[in-house]
Design a protein around this ligand. Structure first.
Ligand code: URA
Length: 234
């Protein structure tokens, strides 16, 4: 499990993609110029900013940006990696297969989804075409760094007591560095913003584990981590 995780970490640590030189200058100016930190006074402004974001190139092949969703003053924030195919089409985080698994785990953990702010490290769907399908591609470190602007804005506005980072990309975005999930999970860590942070496995990673026992173990750990996060936050 840790091995698969570290493969993901290697991908996250890969060199950032070079921004395309074809990005229209006006769009760049709009995205950077009209949304200074001071303009992001509420989550609607953040959601609007994400729709015109040109901080990296991922907007080009995405249907839309997917902002976080949940109460404006949620005590717990869950951070995933990036929208998947369904999230990209619906504009809502965690509604596809990984979202269904997360919903089930949250219900088992007693963490009500409607009281939790659920978001992603990266707001646009990174993928490559494979026939008629769009296959998920892990965002690189440059894309994660570019999108921290939006995650940090969500953190500033929601001010959650606890942040639970799911998977290597979320860990990179929340902590600004890679951490081994298997060794770090279960231990609350203090963040500079004053929040407590926990880490756990990403539900999509769990869906890909072929071994039944390993899958069940990872799922049980996710439930335990959600339970701990909700207890700390309440
Ligand atoms: N995986 C994520 O990390 N986020 C989503 O919203 C969906 C799948």
């Amino acid at each position: 499990m840790e091995e698969a995780q570290s493969r993901t970490e290697t991908m996250v640590a890969a060199q950032p993609a070079k921004p395309s030189e074809r990005t229209p200058k006006a769009a760049l100016k709009h995205a950077h110029g009209s949304y200074g930190e001071g303009d992001l006074t509420n989550l609607d402004a953040v959601a609007a900013g994400i729709q015109v974001c040109r901080r990296c190139d991922l907007w080009r092949h995405a249907t839309q940006g997917v902002p976080g969703l949940g109460p404006a003053k949620a005590v717990l924030m869950i951070v995933g990696e990036q929208p998947g195919d369904q999230e990209d089409l619906q504009g809502v985080p965690f509604v596809g297969p990984a979202g269904q698994l997360l919903d089930r785990a949250m219900a088992e953990a007693g963490a009500p989804r409607d009281r939790v702010f659920v978001t992603n490290a990266v707001k646009h769907f990174k993928h490559e075409p494979r026939g008629k399908r769009r296959l998920h591609k892990t965002p690189d470190r440059g894309e994660v760094q570019a999108c921290r602007w939006w995650l940090d804005a969500e953190r500033r506005l929601v001010r959650p007591k606890v942040i639970l980072a799911l998977g290597a990309t979320a860990v990179q975005a929340v902590f600004g560095k890679a951490l081994p999930i298997g060794k770090t999970r279960g231990q609350p860590l203090a963040l500079d913003g004053g929040e407590q942070a926990l880490v756990s496995w990403h539900p999509s990673f769990m869906l890909r584990i072929p071994d039944r026992d390993a899958k069940d173990r990872a799922y049980a750990e996710l439930v335990a981590d959600l339970r701990q996060a909700w207890k700390l936050a309440e």
